[in-house]
Design a protein around this ligand. Structure first.
Ligand code: BEZ
Ligand code: FE
Length: 302
């Protein structure tokens, strides 16, 4: 009979799990258990503290609905989503735009629109033109690339956070032209506080963090033969640009609003110009998404 104590428990658990046939699952679970046990030993975790952790995770799960994803919010606020994005970016085989957070407000079925259309359905605020090109690793335009965009309204809320979350606003799907060019209209991006009315908000307050994201706009860009890009553009000068609560900002994703841009396809409006670069696909079905439409995440896979 093996003696189970604080030093032998890790090997005992690893030994039982070593029969896992899937080699990647075996590696991931073994590492997770090793780190989890080391964490408990390092902080000398008490039963009350562990139960509090279990209570917290239970509350995170209970907060999730088809319109709310508290686990994604937790992953984002712990820096885990950005870490997984950075590892994903490191695996790119060529030059590519950096990833940024998908966040909890992506929606699968945003309306199809035509180049030049506005994604503003119900909101008010300063209109801007987003324009540029979608390029491959060699700097050539990708014809017909799919551009999905979403942003919050002038009060800092996404449509999913509104009274009737089935009403879509400030999101759309566009196809680039044959040279990979795109232009579309939306609201000038604003900053906002992440949802604070759940257990993640309690955690943020307990840590005395401000809870704000700098002004930004989200994109998912894809094209056949290319790796999907999940990213966001951040507005220079925002007061939270260096202290994003969810660690999404990279220097190469910071843009300025240009109020006098003769090259803009709609020069009467302020404009934000950005060329996105996609790297070649590295195996079918490799997604850059840390997250999903919350309505999809609640459903059992397969
Ligand atoms: C967002 O940018 O939509 C977002 C990302 C992480 C947490 C909350 C919101
Ligand atoms: Fe956002």
């Amino acid at each position: 009979m093996k003696v189970i104590n604080e030093n032998t428990i890790t090997d005992a658990a690893l030994e039982q799990m070593s029969s896992t046939p899937n080699p990647r699952l075996r590696t991931i679970m073994a590492s997770l258990v090793r780190h989890l046990h080391d964490f408990a030993r390092e902080v000398d975790l008490t039963p009350e503290e562990w139960l509090e952790g279990i209570r917290f995770l239970t509350a995170v799960g209970q907060k999730c609905t088809p319109h709310r994803q508290e686990f994604i919010l937790l992953s984002d606020t712990l820096g885990m989503s950005s870490l997984v994005n950075a590892l994903h970016d490191k695996r790119a085989t060529g030059p590519a735009t950096k990833s940024s957070l998908l966040g909890p407000f992506y929606r699968q079925d945003a309306p199809e629109m035509r180049l030049g259309d506005s994604i503003i359905a119900h909101s008010k605020g300063t209109e801007v033109v987003f324009y540029g090109r979608v390029l491959d690793g060699n700097g050539r335009g990708i014809p017909n690339a799919l551009i999905q965009i979403w942003e919050p309204d002038e009060t800092g809320n996404y449509d999913l956070q509104k009274h009737d979350p089935s009403v879509m606003d400030l999101r759309g799907c566009f196809h680039a032209d044959k040279e990979g060019r795109y232009h579309l209209r939306g609201l000038c991006p604003l900053g906002y506080m992440i949802p604070m009315d759940g257990p993640v908000g309690d955690m943020i307050r307990a840590q005395k963090r401000h809870g704000y994201r700098p002004a930004h706009v989200h994109f998912v860009i894809s094209a056949p033969g290319c790796r999907e890009l999940v990213t966001a553009l951040y507005i220079a000068g925002d007061e939270h640009i260096d202290s994003d609560t969810v660690f999404g900002v990279s220097e190469s994703l910071i843009v300025s609003v240009n109020r006098n841009d003769p090259a803009s396809p709609l020069p009467n409006l302020p404009s934000i110009r950005y060329d996105f670069r996609l790297t070649a696909e590295q195996g079918a079905g490799i997604s850059g998404r840390v997250g999903a439409d919350p309505a999809q995440l609640g459903q059992k896979a397969g």
